[in-house]
Ligand binder design. Structure first.
Ligand code: ADP
Ligand code: MG
Length: 541
């Protein structure tokens, strides 16, 4: 089979496929003896770029040649460009290096890889999605589709334990991010009258700066100070090599503490061998505030979907291996918590989805053990399942509201977050003034469900403060030229269409039938003379 699912993670990535029985399996990373690959790239020299655990081991000693957490930058407007040995790398190119490493895992084990599904956080906007897809293509992969990480996790859970109607809270605590998502699985009938299972995202929340790294940092400081105490040194007197030594042992110690009550760490402190013992209790005490902080994000998400509506809580992400996490979630949702290979669930779900898309599953080839025999849960699922794509953000144009005493430039939210895609909305506006030569129709993206918002730029295009919770972003502008003598009563029909590949903005001058359109998916060059008069107004007179 040449179809794979890829979890391109902030700290660890994972690749999976369906085995000949239709069950998802992860491709092992034998070099690091792991199921995952660290999403870390070390630019050793012009001829050697290292990805994975070996790269991670250089963070403390050669930090300026190491790139990590690049997922935080992918598709961001102001993301930095890295430069090593005279070559520049964008976040998309760095992500492509990680994807290439995953591809090489498959090929090194004699497999071929063609079609893939890559997972993205549910809150990723269109630019981040499009950049992720680009990274896949740059790595020589054919990206069939992207799928939301919590949806993929829910899919892999259902492949294990088929459920018809369920509301699932996905608690995904990874290495650098914490995502809380409520997804609903429901049965409905498609146009052909067949039963299909739908997965829809009901609510998203979390913190993109909270993850296993916070636990590592606490443990690092604890061990660093213990080393100082043992050797009568101040933290400033600890050499860089010793720091790297502690850094590279912290994660291992943390993983040990998930299984055992205590872990011993041996460190060469400036040449002197020192042994530090950390108990699980110590570790839990030094991190209890972060556990509580994560739980606050769960509570905030439950303001959108009531706790009683949650049937199952799915623990996903490597950090949920820590018993303190399972304990606190179990206390809040007694009897509802499920956890199965939390660091692999997302990749496995993506593999199931990829197979659904190429329809390899459900028609096992002759000689397959399952042919004529029992069908796996994954097969049952793929034969009657659709993922309903939803808009990852809200979208709308900036227009002038002339009804206010002093006219006001507002963002009219045409299409709201979570609408079924493709989503289309049309509304008629009018030029602000008579004889206006053109209109600069700005398109905005945001995460609010309000009907109108304050845009992140004013009429003249100058940045202005918005509610941070709304994440308002300017996607681009459409220039609509108007013929001479256009009156301010000329109706201009504006349409926004959002699908998985981007936002299509169209404006029709209904007097002349002239159509202007643009497709916004990556950063567009905005270089037009700005003036308040170049606007559309909401009809009011
Ligand atoms: P990502 O954040 O990239 O989605 P993962 O979901 O794989 O990645 O989570 C990675 C985090 O999980 C890291 O901080 C890692 O140290 C942590 N982790 C992995 N296994 C364990 C374990 N057994 N115990 C505690 N933490 C773990
Ligand atoms: Mg993850």
């Amino acid at each position: 089979m040449s179809t794979y699912g890829i979890d391109l993670g902030t700290t660890y990535s994972c690749i999976a496929r369906l085995d000949s029985n239709g069950n998802p399996e992860v491709i092992r990373n034998n070099e690091d003896d792991s199921n995952t690959v660290a999403s870390v790239v070390f630019f050793e020299n012009a001829n050697n770029v290292v990805v994975g655990q070996a790269a991670k081991e250089n963070v403390e000693t050669d930090g300026d040649r190491v790139v990590q957490f690049v997922k935080r930058e992918i598709g961001k407007r102001d993301s930095r460009v890295y430069e090593f040995d005279g070559k520049t790398y964008t976040p998309v190119e760095i992500s492509a290096l990680i994807l290439t490493r995953l591809k090489n895992l498959v090929e090194a084990q004699g497999g071929t890889i063609e079609d893939v599904v890559i997972t993205v956080p549910a809150y990723f906007g269109l630019e981040e999605r499009s950049a992720t897809k680009q990274a896949g293509e740059l790595a020589g992969l054919h990206v069939l589709s992207l799928i939301n990480e919590p949806t993929a996790a829910a899919l892999s859970y259902c492949a294990r334990q088929f459920q018809e109607d369920r509301t699932i809270l996905v608690y995904d605590l990874g290495g650098g991010t914490f995502d809380v998502t409520v997804v609903k699985m429901s049965m409905s009938q498609n146009a052909a009258g067949n039963d299909v299972q739908k997965i829809t995202v009901l609510a998203t929340g979390g913190d993109d700066r909270l993850g296993g790294k916070d636990w590592d940092d606490r443990l690092y400081n604890y061990i660093l100070h213990a080393c100082c105490d043992e050797n009568g040194l101040t933290p400033e007197e600890i050499e860089a090599e010793t720091r790297q030594d502690i850094r590279s042992k912290v994660e291992e110690a943390k993983r040990k503490l998930s299984k055992k009550q205590s872990a011993k760490v041996r460190i060469d402190v400036n040449g002197a061998r020192t042994e530090i013992t950390v108990t699980r209790k110590d570790f839990e005490n030094m991190t209890s505030d972060i556990v509580a902080k994560a739980m606050n994000f769960v509570d905030a998400t439950l303001e959108k979907v009531p706790a009683e509506a949650i049937d199952t809580v799915l623990l996903v992400g490597g950090s949920t291996y820590m018993p303190m996490i399972k304990n606190v979630v179990e206390a809040k949702f007694p009897g509802k918590v499920q956890q199965h290979d939390p660091d692999q669930a997302v990749a496995k779900g993506a593999a199931i989805y990829a197979s659904m898309l190429v329809e390899e599953v459900g028609s096992p080839s002759a000689g397959d053990e399952t042919a004529g025999g029992e069908t796996s849960h994954a097969e049952q699922l793929t034969s009657k399942f659709t993922v309903e794509d939803q808009t990852p953000r809200s979208f709308g144009p900036g227009v002038v509201d002339t009804t206010a005493a002093k006219h006001k430039y507002v963002l009219e939210n045409f299409i709201k977050i979570g609408e079924k895609m493709p989503a289309v909305f049309t509304k008629t506006y009018y030029p602000l003034e008579d004889n206006q030569e053109r209109v600069l129709l700005r398109a905005f993206e945001n995460r609010s469900t309000d009907d109108t918002l304050i845009p992140c730029v004013d009429e003249d295009g100058n940045p202005q403060a918005t509610d941070p919770a709304h994440y308002v972003k300017l996607l681009g502008e459409l220039v609509v030229n108007l013929p001479p003598n256009t009156s301010r009563d000329t109706p201009i029909k504006v349409t926004f269409k959002v699908d998985a590949s981007g936002v299509h903005v169209e404006a029709i001058n209904t007097k002349t039938n002239e159509t202007f359109e643009t497709f916004l998916r990556t950063e567009s060059d905005i270089d037009v003379e700005r003036s308040a008069v170049h606007q559309l107004r909401i009809s009011s007179d």
